[in-house]
Design a protein around this ligand. Sequence first.
Ligand code: GLY
Length: 412
Amino acid sequence: MGGGAREHAIVHALLRSPRRPEVTCAPGNAGIAGEARLLDIDADDIDGLVRAARSEGVDLVVVGPEAPLVAGLADALAAVGVRCFGPTAAGAALEGSKAFCKEVMVAAGVPTAAYRVVEDPADGIEAISSYPVVIKADGLAAGKGVVIARDESEAREALEDLLVRRRFGTERVVVEEHLDGEELSLLALCDGRSALPLASAQDYKRIFDGDRGPNTGGMGSYSPVPSVDAARAADICATVHQPVLDELAARGISFHGVLYAGLMLTPDGPKVLEFNVRFGDPETQAILPRLRSDLLDLLEASTIPGGLENAELEWALETAVTVVLASRGYPESSSSGDVITGLDEVGPDVSVTHAGTARGDAGAVVTAGGRVLSVTALGTDAAAARASAYSAADVIAFDGKQLRRDIAQRAA
Ligand code: GLY
């Protein structure tokens, strides 16, 4: 379930399964509609999703976004006996509450930045020992709840915004030491007992080249990260993901689904910036096309305690590069109704997954949101994958198209 390019990439990977699953997607988008039957049910309609899962005789629900997980979709599905890939609300609180996440990390001995939780702006200022400092809203904020304050006046403004004006309805914020280094996304499949790392990835959060401009939902990604091969990913997983699973299990929470660690590779080793409880977007668009194992088998096994015990992952040796095409005004706003051309001119070796798209008059595919499409290409190395991804991205056109030109440049 979900309606973004991440979910489109998941649908692609499930349809590659030799078991030939029948895939239904709620609510989906104009691209997913070409490959799976759509159900017109919103992500926040938990009752509607549960009813549909039962009436459709669904064997496995794969949840894309975090909000339904935090709202208890996995719990509600379990209550009616439908298997769900994604954690219960108790586990999803790792993403739903930054304060809970930090508390679990500290209890589990996971390396992370020093922090304090505060409810009052004055306490927030008092907690800061140096700048820049990171200030995070405690609840879900669609990627917009993290501020890097460069001085006291920016910190005061962020604290007032979050705690007085209650921009995201949050009562607490996490004030956290700022970490320097290269960012890494390491996602792991979890079966309640063990964590199996997926291939490493990096995403590009800022709108403009050179990591300038405001944060977005993600403007591109690539996988694998050259400095994080399978052996290093396994080491990180053993010190980051596994202790969190063990800590949750000790609290009676069996975590099934994706545990996504957003890490900073600091001179003192990897430190966790945050955990998410679902596939990353746009990392998934670069990770899954390289997966040679059967995703359906893996997701099913994750729902069974210890089900991944003997699982091994096979990956294509190529590098995958994903370039996101966004609409005019993004991320502050978005435009819609602009006709998209060139989708049929992209070669078969390139995968185009849809996010903010819809069918316009006369059946044309039109823009319908901020992030519109993800264009993913595989290549023998990052340079080759970049060349293919950008030549396809240049063939696709719509009024106001925005894209970054430096995705995976650092790996090429
Ligand atoms: N790539 C960032 C996220 O999925 O939250």
